[in-house]
Design a protein around this ligand. Structure first.
Ligand code: ADP
Ligand code: MG
Length: 242
């Protein structure tokens, strides 16, 4: 059953058409990698999925929410759809556990003791339970990004969106973050991830989508797509060693 259904979405910034009729269906538990050059519309697509950007035509349904039709219900939508960015933006004056419990406590009215249980659960998921009381500046970039993922998981999302979450990290720190994402995928989380990590996309994602000039140019099962790219544009992109 599809948990994300994107149908003929067109998105413009002024005169610039950034998404030119994008359609994509993602089933529960599927992992979809989105690849493509800078400026091809990858981030815009993710931002449309959780209502951070409006679009001019088409429709997006996520976990039963019609993104465009329910602007007043964005909070409910965002509870079901977690998004993690390249910049992790943890609050520096709050501990790891406080960063994680803030949103459940404020937006869902979760009691302090229950929020703590949630924090322990999600920190275990990302392998950082021992950092419960640490402050963000005591952690490496990779650890901070894992806390940001944990913070998102605390809302019990049905879908997780990741936008180049390892791009700001030193190469030696990307592996630990990719491992957390791989683990999440194995646990059955539905995920859409924009990434430059081609070997990760190939080995972890069920489907890979190549975006080019605001369109889904080519898409398919990851191994097939990487082994036998059919369009000249994807062939050139893969050959460029991005
Ligand atoms: P990608 O993530 O693939 O690099 P983006 O979705 O960020 O691509 O951007 C797609 C296009 O939309 C680019 O040409 C970018 O400059 C433009 N764009 C993105 N955000 C805005 C914005 N807020 N205002 C105007 N143009 C934007
Ligand atoms: Mg982007």
């Amino acid at each position: 059953m599809s948990v994300v259904a994107i149908d003929q979405v067109h998105k413009r910034y002024g005169a610039l058409e950034v998404l030119k009729g994008v359609s994509l269906s993602v089933d529960t538990g599927q992992v979809v990698a989105i690849i493509g050059r800078s400026g091809s519309g990858k981030s815009t697509m993710l931002r449309c999925i959780n209502g951070l950007e409006a679009f001019q035509s088409g429709s997006i349904t996520v976990a039963g929410h019609d993104v465009q039709q329910e602007p007043t219900k964005l909070r409910e939508l965002r509870k079901d759809v977690g998004i993690v960015f390249q910049s992790y933006n943890l609050f520096p004056h709050l501990t790891v556990s406080q960063n994680i419990t803030l949103s459940p406590r404020i937006t869902q009215g979760v009691k302090a003791a229950d929020a703590e249980v949630i924090a322990r659960r999600v920190l275990s998921q990302v392998g950082l339970l021992e950092k419960f009381d640490a402050y963000p500046d005591m952690l490496s970039g990779g650890q901070q990004q894992r806390v940001a993922i944990a913070r998102s998981l605390a809302m019990r999302p049905k879908v997780m969106l990741f936008d180049e979450v390892t791009s700001a990290l030193d190469p030696e720190l990307t592996g630990e973050v990719l491992l957390v994402m791989e683990q999440l995928a194995k646990e059955g989380m539905t995920m859409l991830l924009v990434t430059h990590e081609m070997s990760f996309a190939r080995s972890v994602a069920d489907l890979t989508v190549f975006m080019h000039q605001g369109k889904i140019w080519e898409a398919g099962p990851s191994k097939e797509l990487f082994e036998r790219p059919t369009t000249a544009e994807l062939q050139a992109f893969l050959a460029s060693g991005v």
